[in-house]
Design a protein around this ligand. Structure first.
Ligand SMILES: Nc1ncnc2c1ncn2[C@@H]1O[C@H](COP(=O)(O)OP(=O)(O)OP(=O)(O)O)[C@@H](O)[C@H]1O
Length: 304
């Protein structure tokens, strides 16, 4: 379990993390979401004792990271995948990590196989693609077989096959009873992987909820109707007890009904329709709505 307690971090006048408190439990993937600059990486660095909090603390299974004996066996992390000595081979890099943490040499081959880098184990890590570098970072996190895993934007640079692979890997690690904490700035990707969600903006907690609840609360579904006679269509819908709104483009949005029902209603009233389609506002839209006021830089608006 990871407990973040009233955590803050200030860099000069910048407040990167502002009084964050939440708990991450084992056995499920927890997504850590926020727009660029929200404070995700800073929070993760403080979890690992790489940055000192201005206030508050993080406990990992009841203790601060710096007091954990053999930390690589307790917490695995992939923060900056590029933090690899470019001259070393993938095998050499992992072996060095293993040896400095009293992890048996045989484990290096195991994790190379787990991340699919066996065939390039002898190649210089400096020549790796972004996706391969990510996989090497993940191998490093898994090396000590730790019960707690932190990943900062692990899908960055992966191709679609790699994205599916990491999704399954993270779920599998959580199903084994581990704490799996994964940052992302993509809501839709996180919804496919995580069960729990922590959303932050400008260093503050915006949501601590299950993905299911977030999806239910935020995916607006409705039926869009385009018709040359929106007034009569609207009257017919209202008479049938359907809540209806006029969209900016002139179409109607009908809530709490189905497309088929709406088509029949139109036919029964002798109305022409050009479109009847089921719509669902995307999770990405819901996420942008939640974090909109906290975005550091916005197109056209500059810094807010
Ligand atoms: N070492 C530092 N010195 C000064 N400011 C910093 C430092 N590290 C982070 N910041 C600032 O703290 C804020 C939070 O940054 P952080 O990198 O934690 O956000 P993030 O959510 O991880 O963003 P991204 O998705 O872009 O990586 C930003 O305003 C950033 O500019």
């Amino acid at each position: 379990m990871i407990e973040v307690q009233n955590l803050s971090k200030r860099y000069g006048t910048t407040v990167a993390v502002d009084g964050l408190s939440f708990t991450i439990r084992p056995g499920q993937v927890t997504g850590f979401l926020g727009p660029n600059g929200a404070g995700k990486s800073t929070t993760m660095r403080m979890m690992l004792g790489l940055d000192r909090p201005t206030g508050g603390r993080v406990l990992i299974d009841g203790e601060p990271y710096r007091l954990l004996p053999e930390p690589l066996r307790r917490v695995g992390a992939m923060l900056e995948a590029s933090a690899v000595h470019g001259g070393r081979s993938a095998y050499g890099h992992l072996l060095w990590l293993a040896q400095t943490n009293r992890i048996p040499r045989a484990r290096v081959r195991e994790v190379l196989a787990m991340v699919g880098l066996e065939s390039v184990a002898g190649r210089r890590a400096g020549g790796f693609s972004l996706g391969m570098t990510q996989r090497l970072g993940i191998a490093g996190a898994l090396l000590g077989d730790p019960p707690v895993l932190l990943f900062d934007e692990p899908v960055n640079g992966l191709d679609p096959e790699g994205v599916v692979w990491i999704r399954n890997l993270l779920k599998g690690l959580a199903a084994e009873g581990r704490v799996v904490f994964v940052s992302s700035h993509l809501m839709s990707e996180t919804a496919l992987t995580a069960e729990h969600l922590i959303v932050i903006g400008r260093g503050r907690l915006l949501a601590d909820t299950t993905v299911r609840r977030f999806v239910e609360a935020n995916s607006r579904s409705y039926v869009r109707v385009r018709t040359p006679d929106p007034e009569r269509m609207r009257d017919a819908l209202v008479r049938a007890g359907v809540r209806v709104e006029r969209a900016a483009d002139g179409s109607l949005e009908a809530y709490g009904t189905e497309a088929a029902e709406l088509g029949e209603l139109a036919a029964a009233n002798g109305l022409t329709v050009h479109e009847v389609s089921a719509q669902r506002a995307s999770l990405e839209e819901a996420f942008m709505e939640l974090t909109g006021d906290t975005v550091e830089y916005q197109a056209g608006g500059g810094r807010r």
